[in-house]
Design a protein around this ligand. Structure first.
Ligand code: ZN
Length: 186
């Protein structure tokens, strides 16, 4: 019993020190979001993760990423007429995860795929450059977190937006990176 307890403690310690598990997520109130006008539940666990880029400015701090997330939400709600920011989550090059619609609300990010996927978007244009290591790590941890928390099937498939809709998203450089990730399938 003592041995078992020690092993459990050791595992817990390793988990904390290696940073395995769910990343902390910047709440909507923290980044200054509007509440959604409406929400449709997402039936989880979903089978797909679809990765995007926002195709515009990059950001490296909580303040500047929050400003860009607010700008994207305004664009999606005012110009596109959507009920909320389209993505489930966004990733800044500060290595933070920003909550969009979250785990259990259907997104508006990939036509015909929203009801069966989580949409995660890297903030920036990654056609010619790759996101920071901090951003890439945050995305991978978020995907693992989705599996461990039961929002994403264990046998999930990872895709880029271009694999499901006619778009260059998530940019050539980022696409090359994610196509090497576990469970990717074009
Ligand atoms: Zn996209």
């Amino acid at each position: 019993m003592l041995l078992l307890t020690s092993v459990v403690w050791l595992l817990a310690l390793c988990t904390v020190s290696l940073g395995i598990g769910c990343p902390s997520i910047v709440s909507r109130s923290k980044w200054g979001g509007w509440p959604p006008k409406n929400r449709v539940p997402l039936r989880t666990p979903v089978r797909y993760v679809i990765l995007h880029h926002t195709a515009r400015n990059r950001c490296f701090t909580l303040a500047s990423c929050s400003r860009l997330v607010r700008r994207i939400q305004n664009y999606h709600m005012d110009k596109r007429g959507w009920s909320d920011i389209g993505y489930n989550f966004l990733i800044g090059e500060d290595g933070r995860v920003y909550k969009g619609r979250g785990w259990s609300t259907r997104g508006a990010h990939a036509k015909n795929w929203n009801r069966k996927s989580l949409g995660i978007s890297f903030i920036g244009n990654f056609s010619r450059i790759v996101p920071s290591a901090a951003a890439l790590n945050a995305a991978r941890r978020l995907i693992q977190c989705a599996v461990s928390r039961g929002f994403l099937s264990r046998s999930y498939t990872l895709k880029g937006h271009r694999n499901v809709n006619p778009t260059s998203c998530p940019g050539d450089s980022l696409y090359r990176v994610i196509s090497q990730w576990p469970r990717f399938k074009a």
